[in-house]
Design a protein around this ligand. Sequence first.
Ligand code: PFF
Length: 474
Amino acid sequence: MQNYESFCTFAPFFVNNCKVESNNPTNRGNFGTRLGVILASAGSAVGLGNIWRFPTEVGNNGGAAFILVYLCFVFLLAMPVMLAEFVIGRGSKANTVGAYRTLAPGKPWIVAGFMGVLGGILVLSFYSVVAGWTLHYTVQSFANRLTAGQDFGAVFQRFVSNPWKPLVYQLAFLLITHYVVSRGVERGIERFSKVMMPVLLFIIVVLMCCSLTMPGADEGLRFLLRPDFSKVTTGVVLSAMGQAFFSLSVGLGCLATYASYFKQDTPLVSSALNVCIIDSAVAILSGFIIFPAVFSVPGMSPDAGPGLVYITLPHVFNEAFAGLPVLGYVFSGMFYVLLLLAALTSTISMHEIATAFIHENYRLSRQRAAVVVTLVCIVLGAACSLSFGPWSEVKIWHRGFFDLFDFLTAKFLMPLGGILITMFVEWYLDRRFVVDQLTNGGRLRVPGLPILLFLIRWVAPIGVGIVFLNEIAN
Ligand code: PFF
């Protein structure tokens, strides 16, 4: 095994047996602590995908069986891609485009970097629409306007199709994201994640305890915990895999960008494992919040789709706490704050992909680079938001902007990125370089390392490839 210092100073370092000079700035930001690394990466992973999308998918795809398939994908496919991103990011100390330029100069792999920047901007544009809705519902909830006796479906529909209101909330959300990103890696992203993630975890535990004590909660628990494998169709398997990728933020170089701020002694494998465990736990605990609550109110269905959080839940909060409305008020307020914090820690990481690229590639200050990204996302995000209202007739490939961006990223750029990233690490990079990254130059003992390398080399690209081709064929 190579000596740690000689191999891990990285400038110069060895890729495919040739010496590579790193031309990246040496004064880039760093995450200051190991906890910061885990909380920032988990913050990226934990988002609307866990609290809004996951319960929706579980509800639509038959409950516990879906969760089991999902967990297999998290650890067999998504975690290897995450590790590959960590290797690329920390090994290059550059943004996602600069990473390929440094590790594979003059080679077409750089396309994967550009795909990541594009994907990050597209995800942020449509994601901030839903984040804006969440901000609106948080405000409504605290203003006590989500009270009983309303048709919440009509209320939601009226709000999302309004030409201005959702845009204002989306803009507000993008500006908060902008503020954190422009403060930098340690003072912005890390500090924010270190405060917000514990708050988020605390809210989840409180809400779960409340939810589990509701009458009829056991039916919700049964739905979550008793697998019905007859429900597992090819469609369910595909959804589970898409969900795993989206939820762990892999395939766009987002975690590679974060890993470029890791220190040389950050343990990559255990960090990735921690992030996967935290992310899966939050997704499942969100199920423990939502389903017992939904089943506690007669006539409510767990498969209400994307409206679950904005239509079903306000109704549930009112009905379940009809005898004690103040509790419903607190529960509902805490729930939307939870969703808001989760969304924010994720949008920060999406923003950072393009900000880091523009900052380093065009030598603009971080603040200016962040302004460029925010402006682009305001324009594209407005198109996504308007596709629920005045622009609902504007279609590209039979899809409105919101659905188009969602499709392009979750079904196309993320899986394709996942395939390219794992192939790059295992087929292009020198095996010694990869092993050195994963073991910190031989200092760390990583049990099961050959299995991990096997997953990165074969299982992840082939597994994701099959799902990807299936999607394209459809
Ligand atoms: N993982 C985030 C979620 O579950 O909401 C979404 C996400 C974040 C996707 C960052 C992609 C990304 F680059």
